[in-house]
Write a new protein. Structure first.
Length: 429
């Protein structure tokens, strides 16, 4: 049997949640075949099998486990299972059958003792959630009696020892996983809660996903630690609109036509070359200036905001930026985005113009120095050379970290972005 452990899918990943098994328990699996969907603190990704054999699922869907914890096992290769040969190794019984036998003949919980004689907490049989709860509440695991299978300590055991009440709802949600020797994560579906204000009626409490929790933490960090300020300008987009229309007529049948947002990404990338602090970060009391210009593009998907990165955007053609953004946005929405495509950004572009918003003031994506908010195109009448003419305008709002950028710095950067968009041939060269 080969153990399949929770993979480390990003440098910052500590735990992962099993969202969906793509192969049924007891079915054969081939190396390289899509095996399981895992939700991390950044995105949802598909993990492939590394070995061939018969799958034995250890962690049920919904389980949250630490990196390195066993989530499944792969038995003998398919070609050797059931062939009657003497070399065929015995396969272990499915975990669910073992759990059923354990339930049929319950054993009293025994005191938990370390496996080895060193007395360390890591030798105690406990679920990953129990270890996290113990660290938060400063509870010594080796002093607890576990109520799980084989005396394994669960999160409920730790919370009980800490004097925290465990609600029947959480206990009920944990029961199916406990039968498999694991512990279910906090309930995520909508649940009825006592009304805080009778005038508002009943309250439904929704548990956020891991990605939504990360977004919440990042937004609080940005709003509470970064001194924001904004500058804003209007851009005359007539020339850019005309250039895009020309590119559209000349594009091949399957060619990617750059959107106006791609124009903005390219303009930002070129302007950032001349404004190194805007392409930097304020960290530990110092200015960190980044050699590469990597522009993040905010993408809305499944009640979350994901920012994949266009690397070296200043060196890429407008057409290549358009292709990169399409591919990245598609992988975000399909859940196939990779962790390495979500990090490394030095600046961010956020566009809500497709919703008709004329202007937005976005929150900085820490630790970046700035983020550009893009509004919708709008037609206006303007006096040009003494005559009334139609003009297409777009509002750009630049949010900046005042620790590394000052008013004049931000104004110069935004003016350069505006000038590039109003002379768009410079973007196509």
């Amino acid at each position: 049997m080969h153990d399949i452990t929770m993979p480390r899918l990003s440098d910052s990943m500590e735990t992962g949640t099993i969202l969906k098994w793509l192969i049924e328990d007891g079915r054969p699996v081939a190396a390289g075949e899509d095996l399981v969907e895992i939700e991390t603190d950044k995105a949802t990704m598909t993990h492939q099998a590394e070995d061939e054999g018969v799958l034995e699922i250890v962690a049920p869907e919904g389980s949250e486990l630490a990196v390195g914890e066993v989530i499944a096992r792969v038995g003998a290769p398919v070609s050797r299972v059931g062939d009657g040969g003497e070399d065929a190794p015995p396969t272990s019984p499915p975990r669910r059958e073992a759990a059923a036998r354990a339930v049929a003949a319950p054993q009293p919980a025994a005191p938990v003792s370390p496996v080895s004689g060193n007395g360390t907490a890591t030798a105690v049989r406990a679920t990953p959630l129990a270890r996290r709860a113990a660290a938060v509440h400063e509870i010594a695991l080796d002093a607890l009696r576990g109520s799980g299978p084989g005396g394994r300590i669960t999160r409920a055991d730790v919370l009980t020892a800490a004097g925290v009440e465990v609600t029947p709802l959480r206990q009920a949600a944990a029961a199916p996983a406990a039968a498999a020797g694991l512990e279910a994560p906090p309930v995520r579906q909508a649940v009825a809660a006592p009304p805080r204000d009778p005038a508002r009626g009943d309250v439904e409490v929704h548990e956020p996903t891991r990605v939504q929790q990360l977004i919440a933490r990042r937004m609080v960090e940005s709003a509470s630690t970064v001194p924001h300020f904004q500058v804003q300008t209007e851009v005359v987009m007539d020339a850019a609109v005309a250039l895009r229309a020309q590119l559209k007529t000349q594009a091949a049948g399957d060619g990617v036509v750059p959107s106006l947002n791609d124009f903005v990404v390219k303009a930002c990338a070129l302007a950032l070359r001349d404004h190194p602090r805007a392409n930097g970060s304020y960290r530990d009391g110092a200015f960190e200036l980044h050699a590469r210009v990597n522009v993040g593009v905010a993408v809305a998907a499944d009640d979350a905001l994901i920012v994949p990165t266009v690397f070296d955007a200043d060196r890429k053609s407008l057409g290549q930026i358009a292709r990169d953004v399409r591919e990245l946005a598609g992988r975000v929405r399909s859940g196939a985005i990779r962790p390495d495509e979500l990090g490394g950004g030095t600046f961010t572009v956020s566009n809500l113009g497709m919703f008709g918003m004329t202007a937005i003031t976005p929150v900085i994506n820490v630790p970046q120095a700035g983020i550009l908010g893009v509004g919708a195109l709008r037609e206006v009448l303007a006096r040009v050379d003494g005559e009334i003419a139609d003009r297409t305008l777009m509002t750009l709002t630049l949010s900046c970290d005042h620790r590394i950028l000052y008013g004049a710095d931000a104004a110069r950067l935004l003016a350069d972005i505006r000038d590039l968009l109003e002379t768009p041939l410079r973007l196509a060269l």
